[in-house]
Write a protein that binds this ligand. Structure first.
Ligand code: 5GP
Ligand code: MN
Length: 343
């Protein structure tokens, strides 16, 4: 861990090995595989050590992430407020995973900022805000799950790593690297190799994550690629947009559009892809890029968002049509940068 001082690890070790405590782990809003995987993987280890652990998520997460064997309870703040508030009040420490500023935890933002006991961050997003007492922020990691593994080793918890925890951590690495295709390093494979020592069933995980879609979701994907994708070869960019009515037509379920934004990057020479989804009162934006084109800066500058260099998200308060127009009108401004991007 390049960025994390030994004192932080020592303090974290003292905090987590102290007495058996009540702990809460918070993933980001709309949790993805890495957020849920790191929360459950870390939670399972801390539970097996003897702590009482609850994961509290701002909102629900997709069905394709609901098969984990980890037995750490997950409270959905949206619908279990009373119980979640009680836990937030009683918890002796809070660990935030896979996000870099409190507002990324959605409705839990204020609860995080107002939490007075010790707060820990374990995350791999760039430009973190200083909102926790112990910040383990390492941007060279493929995923928070890969980082959690190294934190567990360095804080002396490796003997509590079970098959259940390894399965959760493996899943986050698998999903955040798009099936080991991007952001991978030597350390990623080293960690995966260690996780495989815990007899996890990788074929089962692959099927649970990637071969578990509804027919409606596949039809929505086909519709998007066939009818909703606009390609701008002169800017090496592409865009997919989905209106509320279209989502309803395909019986949209949370998680159904996960991964759609990556497809245009499979087109030869395309280096920047955007996905806009019309939600209630705003438009959700996702951006993906190749090479050094900064999807995160683009999102921060124009769509009130951020993320990684090659994978970012944000939102627009303009209406759906205006948002799409804004995006297409921005492309000429980036023409030079897009054409110069080497892949
Ligand atoms: P996605 O497109 O899958 O929603 O998000 C891609 C990446 O951008 C993820 O790493 C996610 O954490 C980050 N991200 C998504 N939405 C936002 C946002 O509104 N603000 C910031 N700062 N990051 C975001
Ligand atoms: Mn992540």
């Amino acid at each position: 861990m390049k960025n994390t001082d030994i004192e932080i690890i020592t303090s974290l070790k003292a905090l987590l090995t102290n007495a058996k405590s009540k702990l809460v782990i918070i993933p980001h809003e709309n949790p993805d595989g890495d957020a849920i995987g790191s929360a459950l993987g870390l939670g399972q280890v801390l539970k097996d050590f003897g702590h009482e652990v609850k994961v509290i998520s701002s909102n629900d997460y997709p069905d394709f992430l609901k098969w984990f064997s980890a037995d750490v309870p997950v409270l959905i703040y949206d619908r279990e407020k009373k119980e979640a508030k009680k836990w937030l009040k009683e918890a002796e420490a809070m660990i935030c995973v896979d996000f870099n500023e409190a507002k990324r935890a959605g409705k839990l933002e204020k609860k995080i900022l107002n939490f007075t006991n010790e707060k820990v961050l374990i995350d791999h997003h760039p430009y973190p805000k200083q909102f926790c007492d112990f910040m383990v922020s390492e941007t060279s990691y493929s995923s928070t799950c890969e980082l959690v593994f190294d934190v567990l080793i360095d804080t002396g918890f490796s003997s509590f790593l079970s098959q259940k925890a390894a399965e959760a951590l493996y899943t986050g690495i698998l999903t955040d690297t798009g099936g080991f295709s991007h952001n991978i390093s030597k350390n990623t494979f080293k960690v995966v190799s260690e996780l495989l020592n815990h007899n996890i069933e990788t074929d089962k995980i692959q099927s649970a994550v990637f071969h578990n879609y509804s027919a409606d979701r596949m039809k929505l994907l086909g519709f998007c690629l066939n009818e909703k994708m606009q390609v701008f070869p002169e800017y090496r960019a592409a865009l997919i947009s989905i209106s509320k009515e279209e989502l309803e037509r395909f019986n949209f379920q949370p998680g159904d559009t996960e991964g759609f934004v990556n497809y245009p990057l499979s087109i030869k020479n395309i280096v920047f892809s955007a996905l806009f989804i019309e939600k209630e009162g705003f438009v959700k934006a996702s951006f993906r890029s190749k090479g050094n084109f900064p999807a995160n800066a683009f999102s921060a500058n124009h769509f009130n968002g951020g993320g990684h260099l090659n994978a970012a998200g944000g939102e627009s308060e303009l209406n759906f049509e205006e948002t799409l127009l804004k995006f297409t009108q921005l492309l000429p401004e980036y023409e030079h940068q897009l054409l110069e991007t080497t892949i």
